[in-house]
Design a protein around this ligand. Structure first.
Ligand SMILES: Cc1ncc(COP(=O)(O)O)c(C=O)c1O
Length: 403
């Protein structure tokens, strides 16, 4: 009797490698300028200082390599750090995680029953959709755009016509991929809708501190400590390799979160937590964030200037107040996938086409692209945008010829 090998669960069988993923493998080639990935700049990592912190921890804490419960003094620091986001919370509300990504994986499992409905923005961070996939919820996309972010009026109409979400996922600051920050008025109304209709918001604040204005609006959690679950991270302010982030959530959820967390990875990296705690205790964190903001602002400005100079009339783009990306909408219904093919083959530049961020039943943004400005130098950003413009020009010329 021939038995076929074991089969993965249905949701895993539905995962398909996309043509886009195949294409993006090409971005690893050294001659390609990548505006595609969302990596922080390696030159800005506090490598020497973090090395000192690791050495100090290993020399002074015999259990630094052991399994360990969450580090109390790091929870205290994070509670203080939340004040910079307008949030007042105690250390007992801070739940340490291996990054914001793990936070979303834990929160979706905490909050969703089988068959639940989840609302996301029409252009969505794919990592959140990955966290949802094994739970197979119904995913409903709310309209969202690069100018004003989540369309709260549209969401209100959807709720009025019977939508009953079990959770809504939002990135109010430095949106990935839209590069937009939600206006203060929309924040207020969004939180009112959550309270009024009784659904929790998962607020992804991965980029909240990487902001380019001093007058950013407070995080959603500042407006409601009950309905907003807040995700934070040291990935963009220190380094992703530390795998250290947090959830701010009412203390009554922490026992269940702890059980989910333990089943996933037992505890957040003991050494990483202690190294971060030592780094912040030496007073290095805020000056480092200030340096990052100035550097990333320079790169953002280089990108915006290059876009303005190089892209054809009728293009529209977001002006990011925070985060690592800008979102460009090409004029005349240009096909961003076709532009990407030419960009990779002929111009040696990569970006992510908007359709990669399509969620639920939302129509994919076929004429849009996400451009990253955190990773490359201002010079390579300028050159990269010029190459994208040439690729777009080539595709438009071809279409004009072939009708
Ligand atoms: C919107 C968003 N959330 C979360 C993450 C993951 O962050 P972390 O490294 O803290 O898990 C990223 C990383 O790119 C992101 O863009």
């Amino acid at each position: 009797l021939h038995r076929p090998g074991p089969a993965a669960a249905g949701w895993a069988q539905d995962l398909r490698r996309s043509a886009l993923e195949d294409m993006l493998v090409a971005t690893a080639r050294p001659d390609v300028i990548s505006l595609a990935l969302g990596l922080p700049c390696e030159d800005l990592f506090p490598t020497a200082e973090m090395g000192e912190s690791v050495a100090r921890v290993l020399a002074s804490e015999p259990r630094a390599l052991q399994y360990a419960p969450p580090l109390e003094r790091l929870r205290e620091f994070v509670a203080g750090l939340m004040e910079t986001r307008g949030v007042r919370c105690g250390p007992d509300e801070v739940f340490l995680t291996a990054g914001a990504q793990q936070g979303m994986s834990l929160l979706t499992r905490l909050l969703l029953d089988p068959g639940a409905t989840v609302v996301v923005e029409a252009a969505c961070y794919p990592g959140f959709l990955q966290a949802l996939a094994p739970l197979s919820p119904r995913i409903v996309a709310a309209p969202s755009g690069p100018e004003r972010g989540l369309d709260v009026d549209a969401l209100e109409r959807m709720l009025a016509s019977g939508l009953r979400p079990a959770l809504l996922y939002a990135i109010p600051d430095g949106h990935n991929p839209l590069g937009v920050s939600l206006p203060a008025e929309s924040r207020k109304r969004l939180v009112e809708l959550a309270r009024g209709h009784g659904f929790p918001i998962v607020e992804d604040d991965a980029y909240g501190r990487v902001s380019y204005d001093d007058d950013g609006a407070p995080a959603l959690r500042a407006l409601d400590p009950e309905w907003v679950f807040h995700l934070g991270s040291f990935s963009k302010t220190l380094a992703p390799a530390l795998r250290t982030g947090w959830i701010v959530a009412p203390a009554r959820f922490h026992r269940a979160l702890g059980s989910l967390k333990e089943s996933t990875d037992i505890n957040t990296t003991t050494l990483g937590q202690r190294a971060v705690a030592d780094f912040v205790a030496r007073g290095l964190f805020e000056p480092h964030v200030a340096t990052l903001r100035a550097e990333y602002r320079r790169r953002r400005d280089a990108m915006l200037e290059a876009i303005e100079r190089e892209l054809p009339e009728g293009s529209r783009w977001s002006v990011p107040r925070a985060g690592f990306f800008t979102w460009v909408e090409l004029p005349g219904g240009a096909d961003a996938m076709a532009v990407l093919r030419v960009a990779l083959e002929r111009e040696r530049v990569a970006f992510v086409p908007g359709e990669a961020f399509a969620a639920g039943d939302a129509p994919p943004a076929r004429s849009a692209l996400r451009l990253n400005f955190s990773h490359g130098s201002p010079e390579s950003i300028r050159e990269g945008v010029a190459r994208v413009a040439r690729a777009l020009g080539a595709v438009s010329a071809r279409e004009a010829t072939h009708g």
